[in-house]
Write a protein that binds this ligand. Structure first.
Ligand SMILES: [Zn+2]
Length: 504
């Protein structure tokens, strides 16, 4: 079987056929950086990461674009509230997003456009729509898309055409609105004093203002895939279910009206929400759990991925702490097998091992090819680990076949514990001193993992002493030195220090 994906356009699971064989463009709507992204947002980004990883593992040359929405109603409102320029408000959240993304092992996109850096292509797109007569300037000075001029409007969200309301008196200028408000939507918003105040206004032939949210993704996607591969249709466009309407519906209307193509993306994939206690996680409901919360509470990225992949991306998932604990155990079992394999795997797989590998490969690929059935893929991995452990207990021989199977699973799911972590109480880190100056270990780490840990712990002790002496520059230098060697020091809230060996 080859890859099959659920396409929101057809409401069916269809064979994935890209525009060009062996190549896949993937556009995923990125975060709006007015605040920290929460774990519900990251559930979507993780399903997209799985999609990307599986496409790559299947041999596709993937071009993945994920934007950062750095100008829209919400970012401007937040900057106005803080009384700072837009850029100053959003930049820390952009950095925080990247940190959280990296911690969760989400592969960075090949292109990460920021909306404010693509105002030119947005103006060009809107100008094109005005020329074609599918957009018009309202008396409020803003530019709107005339949905009556685009017969396919409503196809993605399956809106009944009778529900559509169009015309100069029925317009919506907010970035977010409900299906009942399907009507002419804004492409370019005439400037307001608060936009100028935070530096969110640009000159355009049709008047000074700023882009609506929907036009941003269309312009960035078209510009980037045109530059990269000279195409104007995406292979896959993905996001969370709440983006189907109006965001993706509007993206299709703008893009297709502009390019004259029937499609903007061949496949539309949408991930379900993450609930907390039966309620959608949302800043509106105050039940937000951020990735930083998880990290500060000592969660491991492998366990979080394990938990989220244990439910199919098109099913709702209710976040429960017990589920995270179970996921941690599952992830730890995998990690233990990985460490065991490193120690004992030899040059050959015996017949039983070969058979286990074959069963695993069939089950794993079959699951992911079937609309990214991650729960089944995870189950196949656990079966492999169970069989591998049993074979080792019985004196069987495991070799390159099992190792390669493990690598494939690790490359696609990445659910094993991130590292061997050693936590020590700060007081236990005694540091030798000469005339009140700490005696430092050599700057170069020993190659062996066990010795390396001792080396890292000694440096951690020196760093703690430097911090106590308020020599923060030296403390930072030591942290960087360890980082260079693949060791991370974490100061925990309880005063303990954790020394972690990064695996990648
Ligand atoms: Zn988007």
């Amino acid at each position: 079987m080859s890859l099959q994906l659920h396409n929101t356009l057809t409401r069916r699971i269809d064979p994935f056929v890209p525009l060009t064989p062996g190549r896949a463009t993937l556009y995923t709507c990125g975060p709006t950086i007015y605040n920290y992204a929460h774990i519900g947002n990251f559930r979507t980004f993780l399903f997209e990461d799985l999609l990307r990883r599986w496409l790559e593992a299947s041999g596709y040359d993937v071009f993945h674009i994920m934007n950062l929405t750095d100008v829209d109603d919400r970012t401007i409102a937040a900057a106005v509230k803080q009384g700072v320029p837009l850029r100053q408000h959003v930049d820390p959240f952009a950095r925080a997003f990247e940190e959280d993304r990296d911690w969760l092992r989400i592969r960075p996109p090949h292109a990460q456009p920021r909306a404010t850096e693509y105002i030119g292509p947005m103006i060009e797109l809107i100008s094109g729509l005005l020329e074609k007569g599918v957009a018009y300037k309202g008396e409020d000075g803003s530019v709107y898309f005339a949905i009556a001029r685009f017969p396919a409007y409503g196809r993605l969200s399956q809106l009944d055409r009778r529900e559509l309301r169009a015309g100069a008196s029925e317009r919506v200028s907010a970035d977010e609105y409900a299906k009942e408000d399907a009507r002419d939507f804004v492409l370019w918003k005439a400037v307001k004093p608060e936009d100028e105040a935070v530096g969110a206004a640009w000159d355009a032939p049709f008047g000074r203002g700023r882009p609506g949210w929907h036009i941003e993704c269309s312009a960035m996607a078209l510009e980037l895939i045109r530059t990269k591969w000279g195409v104007d249709v995406l292979d896959i466009h993905a996001g969370a279910v709440d983006l189907i309407f109006p965001h993706h519906e509007d993206e299709i209307a703008q893009s297709c009206a502009y390019t004259g193509r029937e499609e903007f993306a061949r496949f539309w994939l949408h991930g379900e929400f993450l609930d907390v206690g039966g309620t959608k996680m949302s800043k509106r409901y105050g039940n937000i759990l951020t990735v930083r919360d998880l990290r500060e509470h000592g969660a491991d990225a492998g366990a979080v991925r394990h938990l989220l992949f244990n439910t199919h991306y098109r099913q709702k998932l209710d976040w429960r702490d017990e589920a995270l604990a179970a996921a941690r155990e599952g992830s730890a079992r995998l990690g233990a097998f990985r460490d065991r394999l490193e120690l004992v795997a030899g040059e050959v797989d015996d017949a039983e091992a070969q058979a286990a590998v074959e069963r695993f490969r069939d089950a794993f690929a079959g699951a992911l090819d079937n609309d990214l059935n991650a729960p089944e893929a995870l189950a196949a991995l656990h079966v492999l680990v169970r069989e591998g452990n049993r074979l080792l207990d019985e004196g069987g021989r495991l070799g390159p076949g099992i190792r390669a199977a493990w690598s494939l699973a690790d490359e696609v799911l990445a659910v094993a514990p991130s590292a061997r972590a050693r936590t020590v109480a700060a007081e236990a880190l005694a540091v030798a001193e000469e005339d009140g100056i700490p005696v430092c270990p050599p700057e170069v780490p020993p190659p062996d993992l066990a010795d390396g840990e001792g080396w890292a712990l000694r440096w951690a002790a020196v760093r703690a002493a430097e911090k106590r002496a308020r020599n923060f520059g030296e403390a930072d230098r030591i942290r960087d030195l360890l980082k260079e060697a693949g060791w991370e020091i974490r100061d925990r809230r309880d005063g303990a220090i954790e020394v972690v060996k990064r695996r990648r």
